[in-house]
Every structure is written in C-alpha cells, then in structure tokens.
Design a protein around this ligand. Structure first.
Ligand code: ATP
Length: 376
C-alpha cells in the first residue's frame, strides 16, 4: 500500500486519506526537568501495534522517568504523547488505556488477591457481577485461583508477580508499562517468567514497554530495543541491529563483547578509513573527513590469534586473564593504549593462549564497525 500511495501522491506528506497502521504509542520530543536537572531530553519513539519494546540503559539515564511520562504519573515540560493516535499528554493515567507494573509489584497489602485483581475494574465502575466473572477468568488464566483469598504478604515472589500481572492485565489495556518487572525475582525464576511474559504479550497483542538495565532481558525479549544514556536515546532498533551495528561508542561499550577504539582519520579511500589510535593504525569500512575524530568497535568473537592475510588489522598484546563463560573462553588482553581487549574463543577449540603470554591478534577490516552516531 505504501508503494502505491507514494506512486500516486509522490510523498508521505500528501497521504491523509490513506489508512496507515495505527501506532500504539508515539513520543514526540519528550523533555522532563527536575529543577535544573534534565532527566529526559528530547525523547522520540514510535511503537507499532503489539510491539515489545525494551528501554535499556544504565542507572539514572531516564528510563523510569520516560515510562512515568507515558503513564501520566509525570507531566513532560515539552513534547507530545500519543496513545492509539490520540494525544494524551495532559490526560490522567486512568484515561490513557494503559496499565503499569512495578518492580516491587505495589500490591495492596490489606486486600486479598481477588480484590487486588478486581481493583482496575472497580475503579472503572463496572457492574459487580461482570467484575466477579472476569476476576474468576483472570485468576484462572494466571493460575492463581487457589490464592484468591490470600493476602499478598503470604505469597512467594513469583506468586506476587503473577498477581501484579493479573491486576495489570484485567482491564485489557492497549499498552502495559513494566518497570524492571522481574528485578525482584530469584535468578532461577527469571528465565521461565521471561518466556511466559513474552508468550502472554504475543497472545494478547498488547504492546509492552519494559524498562530494564539488563541487556540479556532486552535482547531476548524486545522487538525494539531503545538504548538510553544521559537522558537521551543513543540508538533504537531490532536487537540484531544494536548488537551488530552499534551506532555510538556508548552503545558499543554498553553491549557485552565489544572492543571500542577511538582515533583520528588519517586516510579515506574507496569506502575504507585508516584510523590512527593509541593502540595502532587500523582499517575500518566507512567514510569520514581527514583529521576527524571517530570511534569504532570490533566484537570479541571477531578477533583471532591465528593471524592470516585477511587480518589486516593487527596488534600485539599481553594476555592478563582467561575466563570461561559456558561454551566461550574469553581472553582479556591489555592493549597498547592501556584499555582492555577481549578475545573470545569457542570452548570446543583447544586452548592456545595462557595468562601472561604476549601474542599477535588480528581482525579483518570488515569486522570493524564505524560508529556513525558520534565518536563519543
Ligand atoms: P534506574 O535504572 O536506576 O531506575 P532510570 O534510568 O530509570 O534509573 P530515572 O529514574 O528516570 O532513571 O532518573 C533519571 C534521573 O532523574 C536520575 O538522575 C534521577 O535521580 C533523576 N530524578 C528522577 N526523579 C526525580 C525527582 N522526582 N526529582 C529529582 N530528580 C529526579
């Protein structure tokens, strides 16, 4: 349809009569200040229908504040928020077609499980009989019917999590906002709960906006991963895109397994740059001005100690430690510039390098990724 529309009208600006897929959420330049401090700075985001979006970033980068703006618990100083195509920037939370689930679950301690779950429908003043019927259905589908008369204080972490989820989902919101929703669970439970939540999200078609600082959660769950740093979005895209093509030095260093280099462009020809760094000169695909400052990254699994003709980028470094991560053996080297260089070798291969050894390492130019979103 898009192709036809563009052919007929010649551009997106001239398309008002043609139906376009409705977005569940759109943020347009959201900015939130606390006094002089800017907690969210010009955040723009489009969430398609039924998407699983993970807001990922270090502590204090503005994830929760962004979520609270979407929820209506904070009012942004600038920018617009649209839910289901309707502007809701100044609407209260209960008029936004959203539900929220917090890390501590925020269950009402004095109410039974059934009362907690019924709460959203009672606030909407639905008829009593309809509420009772729906609560029974939801308790059953979340497998917590046997807990209906218990109080939250007597439940395990996993059970409280289910109750909180049932309470959030009972109104069938367009969007579910989740702030570190599995952060309070034991590690042993997390994987199972993650899978359950992903399946629930797919089954219901409700968009999930999931805040986390855990990249494993974000990359395994998200259709769209939004990486934030210092109140701004650094990069947004599919997990593979962020893993394979980090746009900034921050994203590359935040994502596990990258080696980041900073340097100056000294040559540029045929789509390849020669970059001088304190660890040596390296070839990187891309374009840039001579003398400009750039950064690039190379994934740890793309480095080799079996250096051959294709490995035009080389450096000599001392191995300081060898670590085992399941099927991967990670070698930590000290680079000439004093930074750490990570080199991963699959565990099935025989160990070739021991701590203390000085070795030549190399990688192919095409394995380096130039950061196009700023040298950082
Ligand atoms: P975390 O992962 O630690 O929860 P976050 O990315 O969710 O971090 P936010 O909670 O959004 O970060 O906070 C962003 C920044 O805004 C932080 O520096 C925080 O201290 C500040 N901040 C948040 N709420 C307020 C407030 N009510 N008043 C003043 N500063 C605030």
């Amino acid at each position: 349809m898009d192709t036809l529309a563009h052919t007929v009208t010649g551009g997106e600006a001239a398309l008002p009569a043609i139906a376009r897929p409705q977005l569940d959420l759109e943020l347009r330049g959201i900015r939130k200040r606390y006094g002089d401090f800017i907690a969210v700075d010009g955040v723009s985001l489009k969430v398609a229908k039924g998407q699983f979006v993970c807001l990922l970033g270090p502590s204090g980068c503005g994830k929760t504040t962004s979520l609270r703006c979407i929820a209506g618990l904070e009012e942004p100083d600038d920018g617009d928020i649209l839910i289901g195509g309707k502007e809701v920037t100044k609407d209260p939370p209960w008029e936004r077609d959203i539900a929220m689930m917090f890390q501590d679950f925020a269950l009402f301690p004095h109410m039974t499980v059934a009362k907690n779950v019924a709460f959203g429908l009672e606030m909407l003043k639905k008829p009593k009989a309809a509420i009772a019927e729906r609560v029974q259905q939801v308790l059953k589908s979340f497998e917590i019917a046997a807990l209906a008369d218990r109080k939250p204080g007597s439940l395990s972490g996993g059970q409280r999590q289910r109750v909180a989820l049932a309470r959030a989902m009972i109104t069938e919101p367009r969007i579910l906002l989740l702030d570190e929703p599995i952060g309070a669970l034991d590690y042993s439970l997390r994987e199972t709960v993650m899978l359950e939540l992903k399946l629930l999200q797919q089954r219901t078609g409700i968009s999930f906006i999931w805040v986390t600082h855990d990249q494993n959660e974000a990359f395994s769950l998200g259709d769209l991963v939004v990486v934030m740093n210092h109140a701004k979005i650094e990069q947004q895209g599919a997990p593979e895109e962020i893993l394979q093509r980090p746009a900034t030095a921050f994203v590359a260093s935040f994502v596990q397994g990258n080696n980041v280099f900073h340097g100056k462009v000294v040559q540029s020809a045929d789509g390849v740059l020669k970059v001088d760094t304190p660890s040596g000169s390296f070839l990187v695909p891309g374009s840039g001005q001579i003398d400009s400052t750039v950064s690039f990254s190379v994934r740890a699994e793309n480095i080799t100690d079996m250096v051959g003709d294709r490995h035009l980028n080389r450096l000599t470094a001392r191995c300081t430690a060898v670590e085992y991560f399941g099927s991967v053996r990670r070698h930590i080297f000290e680079r000439p510039d004093g930074e750490i260089l990570k080199y991963d070798q699959f565990g099935a291969q025989a160990a070739r390098i021991a701590a203390g050894q000085v070795t030549e390492l190399g990688w192919r130019p095409e394995d380096a990724v130039l950061h196009t979103g700023g040298a950082g």
